[in-house]
Design a protein around this ligand. Structure first.
Ligand code: MSP
Length: 668
């Protein structure tokens, strides 16, 4: 039997000083789509990710928290792994740069380099400006300079370091780009890289004396490796480089290296397309096949990044969707949105509102509705059996054409067009149903069987093609269609129309993408994001106001009892409403100005469905006054109004007082 073809794919390893946001998770999500697609094409895929755990920014972040760096990175790498699990990321290798195996690999690589190309490494004095937030040499002169990524002033560094003679690689790199134009993609990025190299290359310092938190230089432990030399080596250490019996390469490394694809964001292209191939050339190791630099996810037109504070996190989105629909849809919703909305390779804007709109339009009304229509009719008219078509139908070149186009788009990493093609088939199948009307009494059983077979075959076809992007829902529909096994095991490249067997008994139809209320979803997401930003909230206050501030934080009935000291942490005061008004485009939220004795607070409360703003003025309410501020709809909420939650619909009923009571009085 033929050995399966191998495909080795990597994401950058993530800085372990902070948690991932939607922008950084984007690289990993995209790679998961590629990994799933390649597996469906018969490849054995190795997919590596990990955490970048050395460097000065980790050292400082730990110092701030008063914990050792090892504890910080250990804590943070778990957050990454948990997130990847939540997002269904099927990586096969996870590297931590603080592992002994990785350290051995980095030292092995430099030893090999010193042996094969000794002139590539030398010791010299370094003076320059360095950005500790982006781990980047901003300038090789001691003059003050700002970081080109985050804009902060860079730090002065002056010390004796080991240097890599990058300047000697200019011609070799230019020859590489010329001989292998596919090496860097998209092509406009290759042009940027070429211009950079053509302008002349300076040698780079690859060790540090001033930093302790790193991998020691072999035989000169006063120096630790520069974090990028350390980090780039993870692509090899993670698959066994430096561990083999010959002290250099394990059998796994030999079978997987060179990587087929390093997927990265555009801001780290220089490290990957200039430094990394030069490091490998000096070590006389094969170069990766391809480096693809995708664009940024922008949030309000700026790069989403922790240093700017404009971040959306993936967990609240996924969890809010799952909780509000009672189905596991959040992961698919996020993946679908990112892959469809952003033209891969270019920058794209991220918006939670647009994500919810897309979910309702394309997933709930699109695929979900089509699957449910078809399955319900098969159940209703054919006792749940997919009947043979009444007449032999030519499934038509249209579908073959779509199949070819989708494969081509996936192959070229043009995800938005792949998804667009698949959704065009959803639309045309819907249109076909509307035109042929299988529900019409005038249809004979045979005519109806033809229409329903064709539609069910289309849904099956769509499931296979869309699986890499929305793996959870497609698997559910697959099973509802009575198909066996895992979609992951279906060969997407060998998909055939006629593979839907007449006589198949379908499963129970149920909605795979229940619709979601935009405002409710926004409130839930924002509340959870606030929870991530202000994790210090002493205890969670039971929900019940229907107020946005509490959504998603209610402990389940029967949770552990709290002590009186716990309760005393919640500051409750009497408030008197001074004014209230609606918030544009928010049906449930009111902006309430409430007098709490020594100040008038702005509180956003989710009570608009139960109270008219004008009826609230003068009303006495109970305010939680020591809740961390939260932002909703761009407005700050400084507290929470307590309310009961009435009936099955949870209508909010504000807590109030029958007796006279002054604003600001303590409630206990
Ligand atoms: N640790 C380095 C990589 C070393 S690889 C040898 C690093 N880490 S990172 O955590 O900052 O970035 C991880 C990935 O997230 C990179 O691909 C980066 O480009 C990507 N992104 C971070 N913010 C992003 C956006 N706002 N949008 C899209 N991708 C972004 O760099």
């Amino acid at each position: 039997m033929d050995q399966p073809k191998k495909f080795y794919l990597t994401t950058p390893i993530y800085y372990a000083n902070s948690r991932p946001h939607v922008g950084s998770a984007y690289t990993t999500i995209v790679c998961d789509v590629i990994a799933r697609y390649k597996r469906m094409c018969g490849y054995e895929v190795a997919y590596l990710t990990g955490t970048d755990e050395h460097g000065v920014n980790i050292e400082r972040a730990a110092e701030k928290l008063g914990i050792p760096p090892a504890e910080l990175v250990d804590r943070n790498q778990k957050i990454f792994r948990e997130l990847w699990k939540l997002l269904g990321i099927q990586y096969t290798h996870f590297v931590r740069t603080t592992s002994t195996e990785h350290a051995r690999a980095v030292q092995t690589l430099i030893r090999r380099t010193l042996k094969r190309t000794p002139q590539a490494i030398y010791k010299a004095k370094y003076e320059g400006r360095y950005c500790i937030y982006d781990n980047l040499y901003v300038s090789d002169s001691p003059e003050p300079a700002d970081c080109q990524i985050c804009g902060r002033p860079a730090e002065l560094i002056s010390e004796e370091n080991y240097f890599f003679r990058l300047s000697a690689y200019q011609d070799k790199l230019l020859a590489l780009y010329r001989d292998r134009p596919e090496f860097v993609q998209p092509d406009f990025r290759l042009n940027e890289v070429k211009s950079f190299v053509e302008a002349g290359l300076k040698d780079v310092s690859i060790s540090r004396k001033s930093i302790k938190w790193g991998i020691p230089w072999p035989d000169d432990p006063e120096h630790v490796f520069y974090v990028w030399y350390d980090a780039l080596t993870s692509y090899m250490s993670g698959i066994g480089y430096g561990q083999g019996p010959d002290g250099d390469a394990s059998p796994e490394f030999k079978s997987l290296w060179p990587a087929d694809l390093h997927m990265i964001g555009k801001e780290i292209i220089r490290f990957h397309a200039v430094y990394w191939p030069a490091f490998l050339m000096a070590a006389e190791l094969p170069l990766p096949e391809k480096i693809f630099a995708h664009g940024w996810l922008l949030f309000e037109q700026e790069k989403m990044s922790k240093s700017k504070g404009n971040i959306a996190y993936p967990e609240p989105i996924v969890k809010a969707f799952d909780e509000l629909t009672g189905a596991k849809v959040g992961n698919d919703a996020l993946r679908y949105y990112l892959l469809r909305e952003v033209i891969f390779g270019q920058d794209g804007n991220f918006s939670r509102e647009a994500l919810i709109t897309r979910y309702n339009a394309d997933l709930a009304n699109g695929l979900g509705n089509l699957a449910s229509r078809v399955l319900t009719m098969i159940e209703k008219y054919q006792d749940g059996i997919i009947a043979a078509p009444g007449k032999v139908i030519d499934f038509g070149p249209g579908f073959t054409e779509t199949h070819q186009k989708v494969l081509k788009s996936y192959g070229r990493l043009e995800f938005s067009s792949a998804v667009g093609e698949i959704w065009a088939t959803i639309a045309s199948t819907d249109f076909y149903l509307t035109n042929t009307k299988p529900w019409d009494d005038s249809q004979t059983a045979s005519e109806r069987a033809t229409i329903l077979y064709r539609s069910a075959a289309a849904v099956r076809f769509i499931c296979v093609l869309a699986y890499p992007v929305i793996p959870d829902a497609t698997q559910k529909v697959w099973e509802q269609l009575g198909q066996h096994g895992k979609l992951a095991d279906v060969r997407i490249d060998q998909l055939k129309w006629g593979d839907l067997q007449p006589g198949t008994k379908i499963g129970k139809p149920s909605a795979v993408f229940p619709r979601i209320d935009k405002e409710e979803a926004m409130e839930r997401i924002e509340a959870m994001e606030n929870e991530i930003r202000n994790p210090a909230t002493p205890i969670t206050v039971p929900a019940g106001t229907g107020s946005a501030a509490t959504a998603g934080t209610a402990p389940a009935a029967g949770t552990a009892k709290i002590t009186i000291e716990d309760f005393a942490k919640v500051e409750l005061r009497v408030g008197v409403v001074k004014s209230a008004e609606r918030i544009p485009n928010a049906d449930k939220l009111l902006k309430v100005m409430v007098d709490i004795g020594d100040e008038v607070r702005q509180v956003l409360a989710g009570i608009a469905t139960a109270y008219a703003p004008e009826d609230l003025v003068g009303r006495k309410v109970v305010v939680v006054t020591n809740l961390a501020p939260r932002k909703m709809r761009g407005l700050e909420s400084n507290g929470m109004l307590l309310a009961a939650s009435a009936g099955a619909e949870g209508k909010p009923v504000l807590c109030t007082f029958a007796e006279e009571i002054a604003p600001g009085s303590k409630v206990k």
